[in-house]
Structures are given as C-alpha cells and as structure tokens.
Design a protein around this ligand. Sequence first.
Ligand code: SF4
Length: 152
Amino acid sequence: MIIISACLAGFNTRYDGKNSCHAVFEDMVRTKKAIPFCPEQAGGLPTPRTPAEIIGKDGFEVIKGKAVVLTRDGRDVTEYFIRGAKETLKLAELIDADTAILKSKSPSCGCRFIYDGKFNGTLKEGMGVTAAYLTAYGLKVIDSDEYLRGLY
Ligand code: SF4
C-alpha cells in the first residue's frame, strides 16, 4: 500500500485551501492503490493556514531539534509538523505501507527540494519533516514531480 499526499489526490488541504490534484494520483486513490493523508492537518494545523518554511538545514534537523519550522509571520509551528510526521507514520504502520508519494517542495512532504527558509521562493536540496521522518523509519519516499516525470 502507498500513502499519498492528500493535496495530490484533490483534497483541499494546502495552506491556501486549494489542492495540487493530478489525475494520475487521483486514480491511485480511486483504484485503492493509495491512501491520501495530510500531515499538516493531522498535526493540528488549520486550513487555510499561514505558509511555513524550515529554518535550518532540512526535516532531519527538525526531528533532531536542531532546526525549526516558522510561519511567514514568525510563529513557531515545529511541534505541529513533528506531530503530523508521527501521525503519518502511524497510518503507514496501520495499513502496512512501505512507500509514500509526497508533494514536491512542501516543508512537510518535500522529498528532494524545500524552500530555503527566507520566504522568497528559493529552493534548496532537502526533505521536509514528514518525508525525513518516514525515511528514518525505513519507508521509501517519492517526490511527486519526479514520479510524474517517470523517474521512478
Ligand atoms: Fe499536501 Fe503535504 Fe502540504 Fe498536506 S502537508 S497540503 S499533503 S503537501
């Protein structure tokens, strides 16, 4: 079984109350190959919500307590991001998922690139908090843009 970022399957879970739906991912849910899940909602954040970025290296550093997640207006939301990552792992264990397809560039779901913490649209290499957490527990995480480009 596969876990998939809920916004990729058409759920309006994004920070701006919209989604990043793609027919390929919607089909995966429709045909019961994937279960949609949003770590940020599961972690207790509202939708819509103020955008947030990792201040520090990446999601692994957030898990270790060496980096934080701040909203654009400076609120520390690290605990929500970590809680969301833990809830995602809980789901993975419940449904015996070994793979997650996660939305590119998100501070939770990004697998290859995340924004650099300056809120100016600049990307850097690194994983979001949930992607890092699942990776640390042995799940394979796949970047949604790379999946669509056929790189997996
Ligand atoms: Fe999509 Fe992940 Fe952001 Fe939720 S946390 S809206 S699933 S990218």
